[in-house]
Design a binder for this molecule. Structure first.
Ligand SMILES: [Fe+2]
Ligand SMILES: [Fe+2]
Length: 159
């Protein structure tokens, strides 16, 4: 029998599992937002579109790892979030002049989001450390570094 079937939610693990579930909902949103941007910029900026797709895959790995962590902590990694994209990109008319403005706006929004995610994972790493969960702390620290890199890479694209 799968040992996960016998796992009971421990009250000790609950706050960390809840934090991981919230972060995981954010990852799902990031996956969807980067895919949305990848689709919208595919024609005007194929390289940028490919980069957004790559980021969405990286966020997918975060999403999966957080699901595995929630399971280890005794929770159910079933997703119950509502995904929302920024929307509002319209490049149908006058693509040449609209696309650079829309891309700049998307990059700026993404940088703000990535910085927030980085801060949040640093906070979660500190919580996990206080709980004595070294592997969760290591995971959150790695994610904080990933989100910081995502912000830096997009900052470079704005220059
Ligand atoms: Fe992420
Ligand atoms: Fe990210």
């Amino acid at each position: 029998m799968n040992e996960n079937c016998c796992r009971k939610q421990s009250p000790k693990n609950l706050p960390l599992a809840c934090e991981a579930a919230r972060a995981r909902a954010g990852e799902l949103n990031s996956i969807s937002e980067y895919l949305y941007l990848s689709i919208m910029f595919a024609e005007a900026f194929p390289e940028l579109s490919g980069y957004f797709e790559k980021l969405s895959m990286e966020e997918m790995h975060h999403h999966r790892a957080l699901g595995e962590l929630i399971l280890r902590l005794g929770g159910d990694p079933a997703e119950r979030s509502t995904v929302r994209n920024s929307g509002g990109i319209n490049l149908c008319q006058d693509c040449d002049s609209r696309a650079p403005v829309a891309a700049t706006r998307a990059l700026k929004n993404n940088i703000v989001g990535e910085r927030k995610d980085c801060e949040n994972y640093r906070r979660l790493a500190a919580i996990a450390e206080r709980c004595g969960d070294v592997s969760a702390a290591t995971l959150f620290s790695k994610f904080a570094a990933d989100e910081a890199r995502h912000a830096k890479e997009q900052e470079k694209m704005l220059k």
